[in-house]
Design a protein around this ligand. Sequence first.
Ligand SMILES: [Zn+2]
Length: 315
Amino acid sequence: MQYLVGVDIGGTHIRTCITSFENMNKETIIKLKERTLKTDESALSRQIIRMIRSLLSQNMIQVTELVSINIATAGPLDVKTGVIFNNANLGHRTIRIKGPIKQAFPSVECNMINDANGAVLGVHFYEATDDEKDNLVYITMSTGIGAGVIVNGHLLRGKDGNAAEAGHGMINPISPVECSCGASGCWESFSAGSGLSKQISAVGKKWTTKELYENARKGNTMAQKIVDQANFYNTVGIGLINNFYDPEAIYIGGAITNDADLILPVILENFEKQTIKFTINRVPSIKLTKLGDEIGLLGALALGKYILDKDKILL
Ligand SMILES: [Zn+2]
Protein backbone atom coordinates (compact mmCIF):
# COMPACT_ATOMS: atom_id res chain seq x y z
CA MET A 1 0.00 0.00 0.00
CA GLN A 2 1.03 3.59 -0.50
CA TYR A 3 0.34 6.17 2.17
CA LEU A 4 0.28 9.94 2.43
CA VAL A 5 0.92 11.83 5.66
CA GLY A 6 -0.74 15.19 6.26
CA VAL A 7 0.40 17.75 8.83
CA ASP A 8 -1.35 20.96 9.83
CA ILE A 9 0.72 23.42 11.88
CA GLY A 10 -1.32 25.98 13.78
CA GLY A 11 -0.54 28.38 16.60
CA THR A 12 -2.59 26.28 19.06
CA HIS A 13 -2.66 22.73 17.68
CA ILE A 14 -0.60 20.40 15.55
CA ARG A 15 -2.66 17.88 13.63
CA THR A 16 -1.21 14.94 11.77
CA CYS A 17 -2.90 12.20 9.78
CA ILE A 18 -2.26 9.27 7.52
CA THR A 19 -4.31 7.88 4.66
CA SER A 20 -3.90 5.37 1.90
CA PHE A 21 -3.37 7.06 -1.44
CA GLU A 22 -6.03 4.93 -3.14
CA ASN A 23 -8.77 5.81 -0.67
CA MET A 24 -8.64 9.36 0.63
CA ASN A 25 -12.20 9.27 1.90
CA LYS A 26 -12.59 11.70 4.84
CA GLU A 27 -14.02 8.99 7.09
CA THR A 28 -11.07 6.59 6.75
CA ILE A 29 -8.28 9.08 7.52
CA ILE A 30 -6.47 8.33 10.81
CA LYS A 31 -5.68 11.46 12.84
CA LEU A 32 -3.65 12.68 15.81
CA LYS A 33 -3.88 16.07 17.51
CA GLU A 34 -1.65 17.75 20.12
CA ARG A 35 -1.05 21.23 21.49
CA THR A 36 1.72 23.04 19.60
CA LEU A 37 5.09 22.89 21.40
CA LYS A 38 6.98 26.19 21.44
CA THR A 39 9.75 25.53 24.02
CA ASP A 40 12.57 26.10 21.53
CA GLU A 41 13.07 26.57 17.81
CA SER A 42 13.29 22.86 17.06
CA ALA A 43 10.47 21.72 19.38
CA LEU A 44 7.93 21.88 16.58
CA SER A 45 9.84 19.71 14.10
CA ARG A 46 10.65 17.17 16.85
CA GLN A 47 6.97 17.03 17.77
CA ILE A 48 5.90 16.44 14.16
CA ILE A 49 8.49 13.67 13.68
CA ARG A 50 7.32 11.96 16.90
CA MET A 51 3.66 12.21 15.84
CA ILE A 52 4.40 10.74 12.39
CA ARG A 53 6.35 7.87 13.99
CA SER A 54 3.42 7.04 16.27
CA LEU A 55 0.95 7.13 13.35
CA LEU A 56 3.20 4.64 11.56
CA SER A 57 3.73 2.29 14.51
CA GLN A 58 0.12 2.38 15.76
CA ASN A 59 -1.12 1.41 12.31
CA MET A 60 1.71 -0.99 11.47
CA ILE A 61 2.77 0.99 8.43
CA GLN A 62 6.41 0.90 7.26
CA VAL A 63 8.34 4.06 6.36
CA THR A 64 8.93 2.46 2.94
CA GLU A 65 5.18 2.59 2.31
CA LEU A 66 5.13 6.38 2.79
CA VAL A 67 4.94 8.37 -0.44
CA SER A 68 5.07 11.86 0.99
CA ILE A 69 4.74 14.04 4.07
CA ASN A 70 2.62 17.07 3.25
CA ILE A 71 2.68 20.02 5.58
CA ALA A 72 0.23 22.90 5.63
CA THR A 73 1.40 25.63 7.97
CA ALA A 74 0.56 29.06 9.22
CA GLY A 75 2.92 31.40 7.38
CA PRO A 76 4.71 33.30 6.20
CA LEU A 77 7.05 30.59 5.00
CA ASP A 78 9.65 29.86 2.37
CA VAL A 79 8.41 26.72 0.66
CA LYS A 80 11.80 26.06 -0.99
CA THR A 81 13.88 26.07 2.20
CA GLY A 82 11.00 24.79 4.34
CA VAL A 83 11.35 27.53 6.94
CA ILE A 84 8.55 29.41 8.71
CA PHE A 85 9.52 33.00 9.50
CA ASN A 86 8.01 35.98 11.35
CA ASN A 87 4.93 34.08 12.48
CA ALA A 88 3.38 35.90 15.44
CA ASN A 89 1.77 32.81 16.99
CA LEU A 90 4.41 30.08 16.84
CA GLY A 91 6.75 31.70 19.34
CA HIS A 92 9.98 31.95 17.32
CA ARG A 93 11.29 34.19 14.55
CA THR A 94 12.63 31.34 12.40
CA ILE A 95 11.43 27.73 12.55
CA ARG A 96 13.05 25.07 10.34
CA ILE A 97 10.59 22.37 9.38
CA LYS A 98 11.57 20.60 6.17
CA GLY A 99 15.27 20.07 7.04
CA PRO A 100 14.73 18.12 10.27
CA ILE A 101 11.85 16.10 8.77
CA LYS A 102 13.93 15.15 5.71
CA GLN A 103 16.67 14.09 8.12
CA ALA A 104 14.27 11.84 10.04
CA PHE A 105 12.64 10.38 6.90
CA PRO A 106 15.30 10.69 4.16
CA SER A 107 13.52 8.44 1.67
CA VAL A 108 10.20 10.30 1.86
CA GLU A 109 9.29 13.38 -0.15
CA CYS A 110 8.37 16.38 2.02
CA ASN A 111 6.07 19.09 0.65
CA MET A 112 5.06 22.34 2.30
CA ILE A 113 2.32 24.83 1.64
CA ASN A 114 0.93 27.95 3.26
CA ASP A 115 -2.18 26.89 5.24
CA ALA A 116 -4.72 28.98 3.34
CA ASN A 117 -3.29 27.80 0.00
CA GLY A 118 -3.50 24.22 1.29
CA ALA A 119 -7.05 24.77 2.51
CA VAL A 120 -8.29 25.92 -0.89
CA LEU A 121 -6.88 22.67 -2.32
CA GLY A 122 -8.85 20.84 0.40
CA VAL A 123 -12.04 22.64 -0.63
CA HIS A 124 -11.22 21.90 -4.28
CA PHE A 125 -10.77 18.17 -3.64
CA TYR A 126 -13.40 17.51 -0.96
CA GLU A 127 -16.13 20.10 -1.30
CA ALA A 128 -16.39 22.45 -4.29
CA THR A 129 -18.86 21.67 -7.07
CA ASP A 130 -17.54 21.08 -10.58
CA ASP A 131 -18.50 24.52 -11.81
CA GLU A 132 -16.77 26.17 -8.82
CA LYS A 133 -13.46 24.31 -9.01
CA ASP A 134 -11.60 26.40 -11.60
CA ASN A 135 -12.16 29.78 -9.96
CA LEU A 136 -12.25 29.25 -6.25
CA VAL A 137 -11.25 31.15 -3.12
CA TYR A 138 -10.97 30.02 0.49
CA ILE A 139 -10.76 32.60 3.27
CA THR A 140 -9.77 31.60 6.78
CA MET A 141 -10.81 33.83 9.67
CA SER A 142 -9.22 32.84 12.96
CA THR A 143 -6.46 34.57 14.91
CA GLY A 144 -5.53 36.05 11.54
CA ILE A 145 -7.09 36.16 8.09
CA GLY A 146 -5.61 34.36 5.08
CA ALA A 147 -6.74 33.40 1.62
CA GLY A 148 -6.05 30.68 -0.90
CA VAL A 149 -6.89 31.35 -4.53
CA ILE A 150 -7.38 29.17 -7.61
CA VAL A 151 -7.73 31.08 -10.89
CA ASN A 152 -8.43 29.36 -14.23
CA GLY A 153 -7.70 26.01 -12.60
CA HIS A 154 -4.32 27.02 -11.17
CA LEU A 155 -3.37 27.59 -7.55
CA LEU A 156 -1.75 31.01 -7.09
CA ARG A 157 1.39 30.57 -4.98
CA GLY A 158 3.80 33.44 -5.58
CA LYS A 159 7.60 33.55 -5.37
CA ASP A 160 7.87 32.21 -1.80
CA GLY A 161 4.45 30.56 -1.51
CA ASN A 162 2.65 33.47 0.15
CA ALA A 163 0.35 34.78 -2.60
CA ALA A 164 -3.04 36.18 -1.52
CA GLU A 165 -1.82 37.21 1.95
CA ALA A 166 -5.16 39.00 2.17
CA GLY A 167 -5.34 39.54 5.93
CA HIS A 168 -2.55 42.08 5.77
CA GLY A 169 -4.14 43.89 2.87
CA MET A 170 -4.32 47.48 4.08
CA ILE A 171 -7.91 48.59 3.95
CA ASN A 172 -7.76 51.62 6.24
CA PRO A 173 -4.33 53.30 6.10
CA ILE A 174 -5.28 55.99 8.63
CA SER A 175 -6.45 53.52 11.26
CA PRO A 176 -4.84 54.09 14.67
CA VAL A 177 -5.05 50.39 15.57
CA GLU A 178 -1.82 48.50 14.95
CA CYS A 179 -1.98 45.04 13.37
CA SER A 180 -0.01 42.06 14.77
CA CYS A 181 2.38 42.52 11.80
CA GLY A 182 3.31 46.04 12.93
CA ALA A 183 1.49 47.91 10.17
CA SER A 184 -1.78 49.76 10.68
CA GLY A 185 -5.13 49.27 9.01
CA CYS A 186 -4.79 45.67 7.82
CA TRP A 187 -8.07 43.80 7.26
CA GLU A 188 -7.29 41.37 10.10
CA SER A 189 -6.70 44.24 12.54
CA PHE A 190 -10.48 44.83 12.37
CA SER A 191 -11.97 41.43 11.77
CA ALA A 192 -9.75 38.54 12.93
CA GLY A 193 -9.36 37.24 16.49
CA SER A 194 -6.13 39.18 17.14
CA GLY A 195 -7.60 42.41 15.76
CA LEU A 196 -10.90 42.03 17.58
CA SER A 197 -9.01 41.69 20.89
CA LYS A 198 -7.34 45.04 20.21
CA GLN A 199 -10.63 46.65 19.21
CA ILE A 200 -12.16 45.30 22.44
CA SER A 201 -9.40 46.68 24.68
CA ALA A 202 -9.56 50.01 22.81
CA VAL A 203 -13.06 50.49 24.29
CA GLY A 204 -11.87 49.41 27.76
CA LYS A 205 -13.47 45.94 27.79
CA LYS A 206 -11.94 42.58 28.66
CA TRP A 207 -14.16 40.30 26.52
CA THR A 208 -12.83 37.33 24.62
CA THR A 209 -13.83 37.22 20.96
CA LYS A 210 -16.48 34.66 21.87
CA GLU A 211 -17.87 37.00 24.58
CA LEU A 212 -17.83 39.89 22.13
CA TYR A 213 -20.19 38.00 19.80
CA GLU A 214 -22.32 36.82 22.75
CA ASN A 215 -22.69 40.40 23.97
CA ALA A 216 -23.52 41.62 20.47
CA ARG A 217 -26.19 38.91 20.26
CA LYS A 218 -27.64 40.14 23.58
CA GLY A 219 -27.86 43.69 22.20
CA ASN A 220 -24.86 45.36 23.88
CA THR A 221 -24.32 48.42 21.68
CA MET A 222 -20.56 48.63 22.21
CA ALA A 223 -20.19 44.99 21.17
CA GLN A 224 -22.49 45.49 18.21
CA LYS A 225 -20.42 48.45 17.05
CA ILE A 226 -17.22 46.37 16.98
CA VAL A 227 -19.01 43.51 15.21
CA ASP A 228 -20.53 45.96 12.67
CA GLN A 229 -17.10 47.41 11.99
CA ALA A 230 -15.62 43.90 11.58
CA ASN A 231 -18.36 43.01 9.11
CA PHE A 232 -17.93 46.24 7.17
CA TYR A 233 -14.23 45.46 6.70
CA ASN A 234 -15.01 41.80 5.99
CA THR A 235 -17.16 43.01 3.11
CA VAL A 236 -14.42 45.41 1.97
CA GLY A 237 -11.83 42.61 2.10
CA ILE A 238 -14.01 40.07 0.28
CA GLY A 239 -14.99 42.73 -2.26
CA LEU A 240 -11.31 43.34 -3.04
CA ILE A 241 -10.66 39.62 -3.39
CA ASN A 242 -13.60 39.44 -5.80
CA ASN A 243 -12.20 42.38 -7.80
CA PHE A 244 -8.71 40.88 -7.94
CA TYR A 245 -9.51 37.22 -8.71
CA ASP A 246 -13.11 37.09 -9.99
CA PRO A 247 -13.97 33.74 -8.33
CA GLU A 248 -17.10 31.65 -8.89
CA ALA A 249 -17.28 30.75 -5.19
CA ILE A 250 -15.75 31.95 -1.94
CA TYR A 251 -15.71 29.48 0.95
CA ILE A 252 -15.12 30.83 4.45
CA GLY A 253 -13.82 28.91 7.46
CA GLY A 254 -11.79 29.30 10.66
CA ALA A 255 -12.58 29.80 14.35
CA ILE A 256 -14.47 33.06 13.83
CA THR A 257 -17.08 31.18 11.84
CA ASN A 258 -18.39 29.71 15.11
CA ASP A 259 -20.20 33.05 15.19
CA ALA A 260 -21.09 33.00 11.50
CA ASP A 261 -24.74 33.82 12.32
CA LEU A 262 -23.58 37.38 13.10
CA ILE A 263 -21.15 37.60 10.19
CA LEU A 264 -22.24 35.86 7.00
CA PRO A 265 -25.80 37.26 6.67
CA VAL A 266 -24.45 40.81 7.05
CA ILE A 267 -21.78 40.29 4.39
CA LEU A 268 -24.35 38.78 2.01
CA GLU A 269 -26.74 41.67 2.63
CA ASN A 270 -23.98 44.24 2.04
CA PHE A 271 -23.18 42.66 -1.31
CA GLU A 272 -26.84 42.40 -2.26
CA LYS A 273 -27.94 45.90 -1.29
CA GLN A 274 -24.78 47.94 -1.88
CA THR A 275 -23.00 45.85 -4.50
CA ILE A 276 -21.09 48.61 -6.28
CA LYS A 277 -19.83 50.08 -3.01
CA PHE A 278 -17.93 46.85 -2.34
CA THR A 279 -17.15 45.20 -5.69
CA ILE A 280 -17.20 45.93 -9.39
CA ASN A 281 -17.32 42.25 -10.44
CA ARG A 282 -20.26 39.87 -10.39
CA VAL A 283 -20.83 38.75 -6.79
CA PRO A 284 -19.78 35.10 -6.35
CA SER A 285 -21.46 32.52 -4.20
CA ILE A 286 -20.20 33.11 -0.61
CA LYS A 287 -20.64 30.32 1.93
CA LEU A 288 -19.16 28.49 4.89
CA THR A 289 -16.97 25.45 4.35
CA LYS A 290 -18.24 22.21 5.88
CA LEU A 291 -14.69 20.87 6.37
CA GLY A 292 -14.38 22.48 9.82
CA ASP A 293 -11.21 22.14 11.91
CA GLU A 294 -9.80 19.49 9.62
CA ILE A 295 -9.57 21.68 6.55
CA GLY A 296 -5.81 22.17 7.02
CA LEU A 297 -5.15 18.43 7.17
CA LEU A 298 -7.42 17.71 4.22
CA GLY A 299 -5.66 20.47 2.28
CA ALA A 300 -2.25 18.96 3.07
CA LEU A 301 -3.45 15.56 1.79
CA ALA A 302 -4.92 17.14 -1.35
CA LEU A 303 -1.53 18.78 -1.97
CA GLY A 304 0.16 15.37 -1.73
CA LYS A 305 -2.36 13.82 -4.10
CA TYR A 306 -2.15 16.60 -6.69
CA ILE A 307 1.68 16.45 -6.65
CA LEU A 308 1.62 12.67 -7.23
CA ASP A 309 -0.98 13.05 -9.97
CA LYS A 310 1.04 15.88 -11.55
CA ASP A 311 -2.27 17.73 -11.58
CA LYS A 312 -2.36 20.92 -13.65
CA ILE A 313 -3.67 22.83 -10.64
CA LEU A 314 -0.09 23.05 -9.31
CA LEU A 315 1.53 24.15 -12.58
ZN1 LIG B 1 -1.03 43.30 9.26
